[in-house]
Design a protein around this ligand. Sequence first.
Ligand SMILES: C[S@@+](CC[C@H](N)C(=O)[O-])C[C@H]1O[C@@H](n2cnc3c(N)ncnc32)[C@H](O)[C@@H]1O
Ligand SMILES: [Zn+2]
Length: 305
Amino acid sequence: MADRGRGLLDCSTMTPETPPRSPPPGSRDAGIVVCPVRGCGAPLAWGERTLRCPAGHSFDRARSGHVHLLLVQDRRSKHPGDSAAVVRARRRLVEAGAADAVADRVAEMLREARVGPGARVLDAGCGEGFLLRRLRATLGVEPWGVDISSAAVELAAKALPAGRWIVANADRRLPFAGGAFAAVLAIAARRNFAEYARLLAPDGRLVLGVPAADDLVELREAVQGRADRRDRTAGLLEALAPHFRLERQATARSRRRLDHPALADLLAVTYRAGRAGVQRRLAELDALDVTFAMDLVVAIPASAT
Ligand SMILES: C[S@@+](CC[C@H](N)C(=O)[O-])C[C@H]1O[C@@H](n2cnc3c(N)ncnc32)[C@H](O)[C@@H]1O
Ligand SMILES: [Zn+2]
């Protein structure tokens, strides 16, 4: 096996000559992150600059403190996931309040489930990390974020150095020990339910979010000429059933007036910007009232009593 994971990793985030800005997480984290090398899976010990397993596989921490554990064979392109431009657009939107209703409702759901100070919470598909920043501020949870996009994880780590930020593929086995998390969140993200069930403590909670039927309905009508009002929750619950039991459902909804640049950002983060005719119709919009609506589901591992 290659020493230091050489040849296996995307080295773009490695800066061995500069120490990371954030200190290594404390001993509470021992054994939580495991080696992603096939057939290894041993616990990785966090150091200032590297994470290392007993077999000698080691992974450098980037300057921002995040760790790249995505092996070459676990990605389809050199820069998988959201691009830097999409990630920056999402950051601008959340800073303008676009995700406040979702963050408030998720915090309320976790509070009800007694996920509180110090609880380890994994956001799978964390993007630029907004939800974990808010949950740390409101509930005091210990934030763990994973995303396949290096650009997203880097931005998340810079904004919250106290978090644990990992680049990995949520469609594969994630590099964490089983039962490590009090909650796993997947908001508009991947649906690897078997894996999320493995990662949760027996009394843990999975929180899922899918866009509701009226999400962005005004924008979709304006730029696509029509808006399907598709309910995604029934399909979600069906896919969830083999692994989880439904505990609670709710919808986070808000309406905001967005100016032209914010509408352009919204089209970018919903991957619509490149569609035929969209830019032409966007050019005609000065501002628009837009509905943000996310169907949220809280579920308990089916194995829990
Ligand atoms: C629609 S965004 C949602 C981001 C965030 N959860 C939110 O609610 O704003 C989807 C995120 O999933 C990430 N992603 C896509 N495929 C992934 C995969 N296979 N594993 C992990 N993350 C992935 C993207 O990079 C992006 O950050
Ligand atoms: Zn190893």
